[in-house]
Design a protein around this ligand. Structure first.
Ligand code: LLP
Length: 443
């Protein structure tokens, strides 16, 4: 069993995270329950911060809030000195409600609506990451209406696409995001931005993929982005002060995943920037990055209660949990793999291979196809690891299943940071036209 962060097996053979016994958390908060190891989140952030500090460069580490955007997480990100990347009015609203300093918010997205842009302008956010020509004009016009000058980065597609283990350095043109570097579109975007009086161009942004385990793709992207900055200076006399390399740093989900220490990515990125800039006598820019998964991913554990099972001799044994694709759509969407243990009998020896099914009405609602477990009984608790990123964030109400609660655990204390949805939440936005109305059936 791979125990990470503050996850331990206690004297009762129960799994414990942040000093909290998971069987007690299940009793107190119910299941399914997302449990976030606050200490591990803070540690991950500090790893990024410390690695950057040791390079001596100016930097911002912006938490890609799409991975897990709730107000308590925004608070934590601020406390740890991060900036924040948002991609919608909902994420922006969450950050602002949490009191996150607007000046440290960066707004991404390939189709920001006028309403979203106005909301961000009114909040006075720090930077817009502009994705396309339509947005450039729109943002300039809306900023002009408000008599404002706004900081922008241009998102470029550098022609480097990173899969977990491989890089394709040409095939990336076909993307909905950003200005293409290879065909000259990015250069035209810079020219155009410089002519727009209400936009202040700080530099460029690139994001090459997610769940990346190697530094090579980042190095390639840095070289392309920094060379572009040099070209812009040489041809247009404009010197970028910020290069943003996006997120994508991989984490461990299952055995065989081999994430690099965060410092290795940071070192590779900064070394490549320094080398490219020095050669061209280019003043060192500020480096920004946007980790999401690597900040919260392995700090999250989902706790389920095991209910029914179905044994098909010679074929497979299914065990069903009280959640599934509604709280973790990643296996169904991407074929993602997870590890799990029985939280109430963590020392028991594995005796059978089971398949963990969710409770949604869909055959594809499977969380783990092959999992070694002790003989499972109804009422056992299953803890699925590394569910901190893109789980709660992508959860749904399919089958009108209520989204689980989220707790932060630390030093033996569990704080509820998202309440479990209630039945009234489920029907909260429903309206029955007058002609169809009837008294509710009381429960
Ligand atoms: N910056 C930009 C511009 C991004 O598009 C993303 C992720 C990030 C930063 C953060 O990437 P991270 O460090 O988390 O890898 N739903 C998928 C992941 C989608 C990622 C989208 N963009 C999943 O569950 O794996």
């Amino acid at each position: 069993m791979f125990l990470h962060g503050t996850t331990r097996i206690n004297a009762n053979g129960h799994l414990e995270i942040g000093g909290c016994d998971l069987t007690e958390l299940a009793q107190e908060f119910g299941t399914p329950l997302y449990v976030v190891d606050e200490t591990l989140v803070r540690l991950r952030v500090r790893e990024f911060m410390d690695a950057f500090r040791s390079t001596g460069m100016k930097f911002q580490v912006a938490y890609a809030s799409k991975a897990f955007c709730v107000m308590a997480m925004c608070r934590l990100a601020e406390e740890e000195g991060m900036s924040l990347d948002v991609v919608s009015d909902g994420e922006l609203y969450t950050a602002l409600q949490a009191g996150f300093p607007a000046a440290r918010i960066h707004f991404h997205g390939n189709n920001k609506t006028p309403e979203e842009i106005l909301m961000a302008l009114d909040a006075n956010i720090g930077c817009f990451v502009v994705d396309n020509f339509v947005e450039l004009q729109l943002l300039n016009a809306l900023a002009a209406d408000k008599g404002r000058h706004v900081n922008v980065l241009l998102r470029i597609t550098p022609g480097v696409e990173a899969h977990t283990h491989e890089y394709i350095s040409t095939g990336q043109q076909d993307s909905k995001f950003g200005f293409d570097l290879g065909n000259g579109t990015a250069f035209r975007a810079v020219e155009q931005t410089l002519k727009l009086p209400n936009l202040k161009l700080l530099g460029v942004h690139s994001h090459i993929g997610s769940q990346i385990f190697e530094v090579e793709g980042f190095r390639l992207a840095v070289e392309k982005v920094a060379s572009f900055a040099i070209e812009v200076r040489d041809k247009l006399g404009e010197t970028f002060t910020v290069l943003n390399l996006g997120g994508g740093f991989g984490i461990r989900y299952v055995e065989g995943d081999t994430p690099l220490p965060v410092g290795t990515y940071v070192q590779a990125i900064s070394e490549a920037i320094i080398a490219t800039c020095l050669k061209a006598d280019f003043p060192l820019p500020e480096i920004w990055i946007e980790p999401g998964r690597s900040v919260v991913g392995d700090a999250g554990t989902t706790l389920y209660t095991i209910g029914t099972s179905k044994d098909i001799p010679g074929v497979r044994k299914y065990i069903a949990v009280d959640g599934g694709m509604t709280d973790n759509p990643r296996p169904a969407l991407y074929g993602s793999k997870y590890e799990a243990v029985l939280a109430n009998r963590a020392n028991d020896v594995a005796r059978e291979v089971v398949s963990v099914a969710g409770k949604a009405c869909e055959s594809g609602d499977m969380l783990i196809w092959d999992l070694n477990l002790p003989e499972v009984k109804t009422g056992d608790l299953l803890a699925v690891f590394s569910t901190g990123a893109y789980n709660y964030a992508m959860a749904s109400n399919y089958n009108r299943i209520r989204r689980p609660a989220v707790v932060f655990v630390k030093d033996g204390k569990a704080d509820l940071v998202v309440a479990r949805e209630s039945y009234s939440d489920i029907v909260g936005n429903d309206l029955i036209p007058e002609r169809l109305r009837k008294q509710p059936v009381s429960l």
